[in-house]
Write a protein that binds this ligand. Sequence first.
Ligand code: ACK
Length: 372
Amino acid sequence: YVDKYVEKSQVLGLADIFEVPHSAIQIGRMLGEGAFGEVHEATAVNLRRMRGTTIVAVKQLKPNPKADEVAEFLAEIEMLKGVGTHHNVVCFLGCCTIKPPYLMIMEYVGKGNLLSYLRTVRQEAGKLKNRNANYTTCRPISSRTNGTSSPKSQSVNYIELKASSQTIELVQVQDDSSASMNGPRQPPPSFAETTYTIVEDEDAFEYILDNKELHNFALQIANGMRFLEEQEITHRDLAARNVLIDSNKTLKISDFGLSRHGIYTNTRTRKLPLRWLSIEAIRDNVYSSKSDIWAYGVVLWEIGTLGASPYPTISNSELIPFLMAGNRLQRPEICTPQVYTIMLQCWLEDPEERPTFDALYRVLSPKTTYVD
Ligand code: ACK
């Protein structure tokens, strides 16, 4: 298979463009692993259109892969060669496919996946809620502007809670004991509108919750998916865990392991992301951009719930009867009815009635105002 693949690539001239010698790659720490593969941080020298050394992510198969795993991995690389680049899709940079270990070289996206991000935000927001905070507005104050001259290594993370009495409290987010609230009791404001949570990691990357940012996440994912939709690429595993986030809060769709061109009928038994799958994907094994749209609806729900697990009370075997009876995931507390309507459209039983990513992108885009 591999010989045939290399021969074909060379005939097409593809090997020359993306092929990188193993000597150009220095593998570093492991970033994570899946069923068949593992992803490492690495450095690469003189990649295509990139002179010098670049930090990259390298995916490779686990030791002693089976022939069909190798074939699938090489097929994934082959598919990526044709995808092109988009700022909301993890960029394929090169590969080593002449001899094992086969490597897929990708853009390094340094701040983990969206699901972890959302869960961190939820955890911090929960701490604030538990404190029974009594405030009308909140504003993050990073340790750089909190008025102390303490060096970064000793800094703590603050948010400013402005109570209705106009009392301003600085609350240290990571230490519950330091918080105290003044002013008359008021119902807590809706999270999406007024609460900000800030935690900084060691690189001063901020975990913040506000409705504009959540909306922006939804828009970025729709933008990346519309790019794939345009090329008739079906992702087949769109989920918050497969969306990566970089230090500029740019989201990048990743994990193309299951992706295929066009409408695809799954013929093999393998682990499937059941709770993100549309009715026709589960029942008939049929995948298309419209089943990706269903998964996008679940991603919106993951964003709205700050990383909850879908259908926690429903077993795998109960899911299809549950969905066929017209049931769907419920509206997350912080979602507006408008956003929930979009989710419900993504989960329409007839795939043709679901929106396209292009339509969703346009609906979610901030309105453009034209001035005469
Ligand atoms: O969710 P994570 O922290 O981010 O753990 C997974 C793990 O590898 C297995 O997929 C991480 N990962 C995957 N692709 C990349 C990438 N291009 N850049 C950085 N990390 C990546 C992912």
